[in-house]
Design a binder for this molecule. Structure first.
Ligand SMILES: Nc1ncnc2c1ncn2[C@@H]1O[C@H](COP(=O)(O)OP(=O)(O)OP(=O)(O)O)[C@@H](O)[C@H]1O
Ligand SMILES: [Mg+2]
Length: 213
């Protein structure tokens, strides 16, 4: 299998970080080289930008400034981390990527997806994930999970329910428009059930655990 760039998308509390950890364990057991990374972040510079955009006042940045900060973080991440890993034959499991920008800044903050797609194309050409797993969940269920978790990255969690419904609908619209890249995973089941759905989507599921699929 050639190195694959897989992104995990979905609302707060949909289980992205949990499911990346579970998938990473399977890849490790099977001796498949990979890295786990996240956006915004993944490099020293991009993690510094993450602190700027995920903490503090939800209205701290203008939507355009916020989108450009995400783009700056992504430029560093793609160049220094994602492309070198893929070139070294490692799979890349990335917690959020460009689809989150399209949905949060494009739909949720009103910048519009066409503008952000143009910006992405200008900066990164046709670079995109080989596969995107969209963990779909009702926003209230996801948020209830997310608020139980401690942390200070609460800027987006603190937005109103209307925002979170727009985010969910935005993700589903992207999945409908790019069905060959984006697979919708039902994320309101328990962790092992969601994990099996993901292994099936990647053709890594084996009825006999431990046996090669
Ligand atoms: N299938 C599940 N059922 C119940 N609880 C879950 C499930 N998956 C994850 N959780 C719990 O819900 C919380 C949020 O999960 P997780 O951090 O993986 O979500 P996330 O999509 O990464 O959220 P965020 O977008 O805020 O980073 C965690 O406390 C996690 O243990
Ligand atoms: Mg997470």
């Amino acid at each position: 299998m050639t190195a694959t760039f897989i992104t995990f998308e979905g609302c707060e509390g949909s289980g992205k970080t949990t499911q990346i950890r579970l998938l990473s364990e399977v890849l490790t057991q099977r001796g498949m080289p990979h890295i786990v990374t996240r956006e915004p972040g993944g490099t020293e510079g991009a993690e510094a930008i993450r602190a700027l955009v995920t903490t503090g006042d939800a209205a701290a940045w203008s939507p355009l400034a916020e989108a450009l900060l995400f783009a700056a973080a992504r430029a560093d991440h793609i160049e220094k981390r994602i492309i070198p890993a893929l070139q070294a034959g490692q799979w890349v499991l990335c917690d959020r990527f460009f689809d989150s920008t399209l949905v949060y800044q494009g739909v949720g903050k009103g910048l519009g997806t066409p503008f952000l797609m143009q910006l992405h194309h200008l900066l990164f050409g046709n670079f995109k994930p080989d596969l995107t797993l969209l963990l779909d969940i009702q926003p209230d269920v996801g948020l209830a999970r997310a608020v139980q978790r401690h942390g200070d990255e609460t800027r987006f969690e603190s937005m109103g329910m209307e925002f979170h419904h727009a985010v969910r609908d935005g993700f589903l619209a992207l999945a409908a428009a790019e069905a060959d890249r984006i697979q919708v995973i039902k994320a309101d089941n328990d962790e092992p059930t969601v994990h099996i759905s993901i292994l099936r989507a990647l053709h890594l599921y084996s009825e006999n655990p431990g046996m090669p699929s």
